[in-house]
Write a protein that binds this ligand. Sequence first.
Ligand code: NAP
Length: 302
Amino acid sequence: MTYYALGLIGHPVKHSLSPVIHNAALDALAIAGEYRLFDVPEPPNDEPRMTALIDSLRAGIITGLNVTIPHKQVVLSYLDKLTLAAQSIGAVNTIYRIGDRLVGDNTDAPGFLKPLDSYTPHLKDDRTALIIGAGGAARAVAYALNKQGWKLTISARRLQQAQGLTNSLVKLQRDDESNSKSRQDSDDRHTIRIVALENIQRVMEWTKVDLVVNTTPIGMTPHEDANPWPDGCDLPPGAIIYDLVYNPAETALLRAAKAAGMEYINGLDMLIEQAALAFECWTGLDAPRDAMRKAASEQLQR
Ligand code: NAP
């Protein structure tokens, strides 16, 4: 009988919900295995522990791994192959083995899109999104939306970080263009703008905004009253407000959206979907999403 030895590499990892989510999935499917936490020191002190874990994965002692901060980029150099998403985002959150090769994937991008799908069927063309933050999660979000043809504005407190993300996206667009059939297609490609976080409300002066995504940790427990949106400014009328934070379930940003009668999404469904996709990579089985969500929700309420 196959035993699924799964786990998460990160630092710190002790507050992660991933063991609860994945162990619930193993239980629901009545398959043998365990999901464990592997605290790997921050780079540059990560190497011995990282090498040992990667060797265990290569040898089949570990079946599959998730990767989180601060190792999502460092781990690239240990792997034999990257999926297109991982390569484009420049970060890996899931590792699995095919034969003797280790493959790095990034399930954050499809995990982010899945909950959004049901809110956006009316938005077909000329869709514009405002992404707050330019870190690891923002890279996955920007890649996912860019692929779907959204026009993007990236708002960060460090313009250099936003510029770095924009440069990566422009490079991806150029690579796509060089494969596209006509110049007309590429001319229609979306622009990417940058705005300093303190000037975020100015975005509405130059464009409509259909979607606002908070990819920063602002508003996360225990800072429930912190809001990335400036005090006293209206949210973009009619926009969907999507906060990647899942604890608390309603951040100050989402409470403001609710009070304004706007549609909003928290980060829990993304968390479950990116976990479910990773679980499917490792096991080849349909992930029991309801059991995974129930376990995560119960843990968050404790
Ligand atoms: P990260 O790589 O550290 O990036 C965080 C970003 O937020 C950076 O741009 C950072 O700017 C900015 N930021 C942090 N504190 C800020 C503040 N007080 N004011 C303005 N900007 C601030 O982290 P990450 O991996 O992207 O994760 C970010 C958040 O997304 C976390 O809350 C995480 O839990 C959540 N997340 C959720 C899911 C999900 O499945 N729901 C998945 C991934 C991430 P600096 O670089 O200047 O600090």
